[in-house]
Design a protein around this ligand. Structure first.
Ligand SMILES: O=C(O)CCC(=O)C(=O)O
Ligand SMILES: [Fe+2]
Length: 307
């Protein structure tokens, strides 16, 4: 990769070093698509599979359209531009918008039937189940998502569990897509430490024990994040941050132990993407993300323990 032509890349406002030992492009696994064993070996080696153009671009754009019409109605977009351009309006709301999958048939079809399920059936080697909850995101021009592993939010079922991160539109560097810390799923001390925690557990023996809210309470940092500093984190753990300029139709799949984060959005547009989760139907599933209203029931899953 010719890193001399890259724009300035930041994550959480920190400038990423783009020297070849610290930064690179995602490796495409589209050549291994028909070979389940090769796909598993790549996942084992790198912690992710990048499948550019694997999904149907028109289906992705149909899902995008439903989302953007809804954001336009809610006043999130600048009405001076065509809705499909997703130019951000004059407000500061951002982040998770789980409502954008509701009554969005094109998005449901994209994520939970057809090519997506065909991929997982081959990759996992059996009947596939998915979480009912879908994380849909509308990220305005602002900071990205801090580094984390998904296991801390969804580790109460099988750990043979994978995330699909699906760009719902073209996401060049300036809009800021997902980045993966290559091979981080194999770092033993990370798996045994942070990777063994649960964002919904809190420490009953600590004064700041706080069952409310999103993580914290002595067990794990608030929000469940591994770090708020992607540059220092890479310096400590080694490896490269890898990412790309995504196109609608691309698919990125990664394990629940793989460290990931996102680039900041330096454009004037809203970044649309979704993350959804898949496993074997025969494996135990994390009940927190099943049913109609997982966020509403979140408090019921808080667990206290002595740390
Ligand atoms: O899209 C993002 O900024 C974060 C996505 C993420 O954390 C995930 O797909 O698990
Ligand atoms: Fe994540």
């Amino acid at each position: 990769m010719d890193t001399t032509t890259l724009p300035r890349l930041t994550s959480l406002h920190q400038e990423l070093a783009t020297s070849p030992e610290k930064f690179g492009e995602l490796r495409s696994s589209i050549d291994a698509l028909d070979d389940a064993q090769a796909l598993r070996e790549r996942m084992q080696e790198d912690g992710y599979l990048y499948l550019p153009g694997y999904l149907n671009r028109d289906e992705v754009l149909a899902a995008r359209e439903v989302m953007l019409e809804r954001l336009a109605e809610a006043g999130w977009l600048d009405p001076a531009y065509p809705t499909m351009e997703a130019v951000a309006g004059d407000n500061d709301t951002t982040g998770a918008r789980p409502d954008l999958v509701q009554d969005n048939e094109p998005l449901r079809r994209l994520l939970y039937s057809g090519r997506m399920i065909e991929f997982y059936t081959r990759f996992l080697g059996g009947e596939v189940a998915h979480f009912d909850f879908t994380w849909t995101r509308a990220m305005r021009p602002d900071a990205g998502t801090p580094p984390h592993c998904d296991i801390v939010y969804m580790g109460r079922g099988t750990t043979n569990l994978y995330t699909s991160w699906t760009p719902l539109g073209d996401i060049p560097y300036e809009i800021g897509g997902l980045m993966i810390l290559e091979k981080s799923h194999r770092i033993e001390r990370l798996r045994a430490g942070y990777g063994s925690k649960d964002a919904d557990e809190y420490c009953t023996n600590r004064r700041q024990a706080a069952p409310e809210g999103d993580g914290g309470g002595g067990n794990i940092s608030s929000g469940g994040w591994l770090s708020k500093n992607p540059v220092k984190l890479r310096d400590n753990l080694g490896g490269r941050w890898v990412t790309t300029e995504y196109r609608a139709g691309d698919l990125l799949v990664f394990s629940v132990y793989t460290v990931h984060a996102s680039l900041d959005n330096h454009s004037n547009r809203v970044r649309l993407s979704s993350d959804s989760r898949y496993q074997l139907a025969s494996d135990p599933i994390d009940e927190r993300w099943m049913g109609d209203d997982p966020l509403g029931r979140r408090m019921a899953y808080k667990r206290g323990r002595i740390c």
